[in-house]
Design a protein around this ligand. Structure first.
Ligand code: NAP
Length: 292
């Protein structure tokens, strides 16, 4: 088994996670490539723990025979890893040391089970669609998003004006703080905070969620995911913020961008019992009875 480990900086509180993870990988004789961000952290931890690990590759270039990319962190780290490695078409698996862990959904207690499942092939592969920005622009190196593409006001309290078209048919003009175009995966992220609906990951839809729209009747809208959403943005400050997941840039207005489902998707490893409905119950407390 050939795995890559991606993590942003980890603290000493994460040492027990590393011990269990690397112990399990060694038992399965995995060859382990460490992302350059993580390799120095790993070396420090190895020295302080006095452990020797074999089959570790710290070269700068990504090996071309990876079976899995293991992310240690929260959903934020998961999104960063996707933006770096989506082009490899290798399944992602997330060990949650963050807060919510919708994407990185394997708890540290389940690491042994998870590595056994990877080694024996006892897992499901879930396909998650990405959104793609059109046209590709120099300011955004990775023009794809797993959660959402958002346009947002910046630099002042003034609203932005967003004219929105679906497949060249006029939908509406939003006078708002911003507009979120979200995938089913992103339905539990920013879109949910702005009042958008939660979609099952298998839904073939895109959500258009306005942020604080100054219009009483405007609501989030769910559309089929085979359309192109074209938005034209105007603002008094002559700029706006464009975000793809956790990457943001400030650009000039007036301008026009298009968003559509990408031809690429990513594969996410799901273990037995780690479906979407248990995640809703466990992470969003659905059905929790506080009456007793
Ligand atoms: P962040 O502001 O540090 O964290 C965003 C929060 O959203 C974290 O608690 C993260 O979980 C959670 N999250 C990310 N993707 C999720 C998903 N698909 N389902 C459920 N929760 C999810 O920013 P970040 O870590 O760089 O993540 C970028 C994401 O933040 C964006 O894609 C956007 O969706 C979200 N965001 C939300 C708001 C808001 O809700 N008001 C505002 C801006 C951006 P972990 O704790 O597990 O990392």
């Amino acid at each position: 088994m050939n795995v890559a480990i991606y993590s942003q900086l980890l603290g000493s509180q994460h040492q027990p996670v590393l011990e269990v993870l690397f112990g399990a990988l060694q038992r399965h004789k995995a060859r382990i490539w460490l992302h350059p961000l993580f390799a120095p952290v790993f070396k420090l931890w190895q020295q302080s723990a006095g452990l020797t690990c074999s089959n570790i590759d710290t070269s700068a270039s990504v090996p071309n025979n990876l079976d899995f990319i293991i992310i240690i962190g929260g959903d934020g780290s998961f999104l960063k890893a996707i933006s770096e490695f989506e082009y490899l078409h290798v399944p992602f698996v997330g060990i949650n040391t963050g807060r919510l862990g919708f994407l990185a959904d394997i708890s540290p207690d389940d690491i042994d089970t998870a590595i056994d499942a990877l080694a024996t092939g006892k897992f499901l592969l879930e396909q998650r669609p990405l959104l793609e920005l059109q046209p590709h622009i120099d300011e955004i190196k990775h023009p794809f998003a797993l959660n959402e593409i958002t346009v947002h006001k910046c630099d002042s309290s003034s609203m932005i004006v967003i004219h929105t078209y679906i497949d060249d048919k006029y939908l509406a003009t939003y006078w708002a703080d911003g507009l979120i175009i979200a995938t089913p995966t992103g339905s539990t992220a920013y879109s949910m905070s702005a009042g958008g609906p939660i979609l099952s990951p298998a839904a073939q839809n895109i959500i258009i969620t306005p942020i604080a729209s100054h219009n009483l009747t405007v609501r989030p809208l769910v559309i089929p995911d085979n359309g192109t959403i074209r938005i034209s943005i105007e603002s008094r400050e002559l700029n706006y913020m464009l975000s793809l997941d956790s990457t943001s840039v400030v650009l000039r207005t007036p301008t026009e961008i298009s968003i559509r489902k990408s031809a690429h998707s990513i594969s996410v490893i799901k273990l037995d019992g780690h479906g979407f409905f248990p995640t809703l119950r466990n992470k969003l407390m659905w059905g929790a009875d506080k009456r007793n």
